[in-house]
Ligand binder design. Sequence first.
Ligand code: C2E
Ligand code: CA
Ligand code: CA
Ligand code: CA
Length: 278
Amino acid sequence: RAKQSHQAHLFYSAQMNQRSLARLKLSTDLHHALERNEFRLFYQPQVDAKTGCLCGAEALIRWQHPQKGLLSPAEFIPFAEETGLIVPIGTWVFSEACRQLAQWQAQGLRLVRLAVNLSPRQFSKDLVNTLQEQVIAHQISASQIELEITETLLMQIDDDMVGILHDLHALGFSLALDDFGTGYSNLAYLHTFPLDYLKIDQRFVRGVPNNDSNVAIVKAIIAIAMNLNLQLIAEGVENQAEADFMSQLDCHQLQGFYMAQPLPVEQFNLLLAQAELS
Ligand code: C2E
Ligand code: CA
Ligand code: CA
Ligand code: CA
């Protein structure tokens, strides 16, 4: 009898722990993914709104899972951010971005700028040194890299983080504020950060010029960016109408499925080679 209740208890706690077991498994798998080099970077083109020329790309992580196939960041990045695993993953992303930039250079394919996403969790005192070491090791220039930070970071920013932003900027990295308009960053302080680019979140680009409220928001964001002397990038441009409208409003660069999806490097290389010819 005692044995039975013991077993029932085990079964019960096993159920209770199913979620934590799944999390433990994901955590182990992510460690393995790093060791076995299962992550990939995809590259989404950013084009000049006026000329249509390729002016940069955003590096976006994917996980080539041995059983589950190609996984999107939504399936592991939030967990990695929660657990801190985003720190080693973010270091891999940055190092791979540098390696790829060096390779393009060696192949005679010059890409103007590569954007890399940084999670707030990566903002420790080691960040500046880690990034600088990678840039030096791959013999590339920090000016080729744009670091994308989110409004969430600015909402929780302290003096140390402000210092890190200034150090990164001083090293030559350009800084972009990603997903702008989705958080509640204090507009009054925006000018105190060394930002170069502002990315208008895709939810506001959706449906312009027919969506009146998005038109109003986009115009307000553009006015802010112009005032702060920031370059504007419209995200999530999905059709000609959205592209035309953003370009008419003097948005500098466009990124979205209408121009191209995030591409595996072999496909992105074809675009680079084409741009080299034109
Ligand atoms: P994000 O930084 O805002 O990246 C843009 C996302 O929008 C990408 O999703 C991209 O595929 C998607 N997108 C681009 N154009 C369009 C479009 O026209 N329509 C629609 N509906 N979507 C479009 P993805 O690659 O799934 O990445 C999702 C998020 O995961 C990213 O959002 C970013 O927050 C995060 N992420 C991706 N790679 C990294 C990374 O290396 N490090 C970190 N910390 N986060 C990353
Ligand atoms: Ca981004
Ligand atoms: Ca974004
Ligand atoms: Ca986003």
